[in-house]
Design a protein around this ligand. Sequence first.
Ligand code: 13P
Length: 340
Amino acid sequence: MNTQMLMETAKAMVANDKGLLAMDESNPTCNKRFAALGIPQTEEARRAYRELIVTTPGLAESINGAILCDETIWQCQDDGTPFIKVLINAGIIPGIKVDLGVKDMAGHPGEKITEGLDGLRERLKKYAHIGARFAKWRAVITIGTGIPSRGCIEANANALARYAALCQKVGLVPIVEPEVLMDGGHTMEQCFEVTERVLRTVFNQLYNQRVMPEGMILKPNMVLPGLTCPKQETVEEVADATVKCLLRAVPAAVPGITFLSGGQSGELASARLNAMNVRFKSRSPWALAFSFARAIQQPALAIWKGEAMNVTAAQQALCHRARCNAAACRGEYEAAMEGV
Ligand code: 13P
């Protein structure tokens, strides 16, 4: 294991108050978002959309790395340049989502398990060979009546740890993503309790599997009330709860925390990340950054609608959300930035 390289890559992923752009939606998820906007659900439409993203002028001013999916990492822009090369030339570190998605967990109604460990070491070597420098694996935890169960949390944490160990062995920085979903009517306190339990279990498993914390990135959910919970806490209350929970469960040796957006609006995700940095940046052991998909891409996708004539306007919208989130990493995001 090249520990120095892993540490340098992990640091570079959260350096200079910038974050990551998740553009690794699986084909079914991407197609679902295209269908909602009347965009054809074809391989060429997905390629054209990803070309729009990776060729966005100025993206590297706010983004350190981009997470691709397997289809995208082998694709090229119109002139034949591979996307992975386009990113590297722009100064953006390429990464790859390597889990194979979530399935219903046997014996655990309402819960999910992430698949993809079989054959993973060979796939990781292939991605490292073509230039990927980091990988991502997402586990999903649902809050509901009687769930999450211990069996679900432990199985998902163990899979995350085995994935992370394999990544570090081939020189890829693992992004470890245990997502506690915001769907449902649970309170912020319930989300806090579950998130703490999940993170403690995940870091225990990472330790057992000998994963080096200095050479990984954590991608957690923010601590939020459920979407349909009648009580919705303020931006500052969410920031305080989230950082309090992370301070309890995440080793200080981890260089960066890059939040998922999980279905929050772009503005709210920026405001909450900003509040964390305003209140905690000077004493936080890790960089508090972002690895958003929807909260960066959604406005751009809605403008693009699959039409070549909308590419420039869509790229401006993408760049705007990326800039807002980089400002949030500095604690300098303001609602006034949205008024243009
Ligand atoms: P969202 O920011 O849309 O939650 O997606 C992040 C991600 O990569 C999910 O795995």
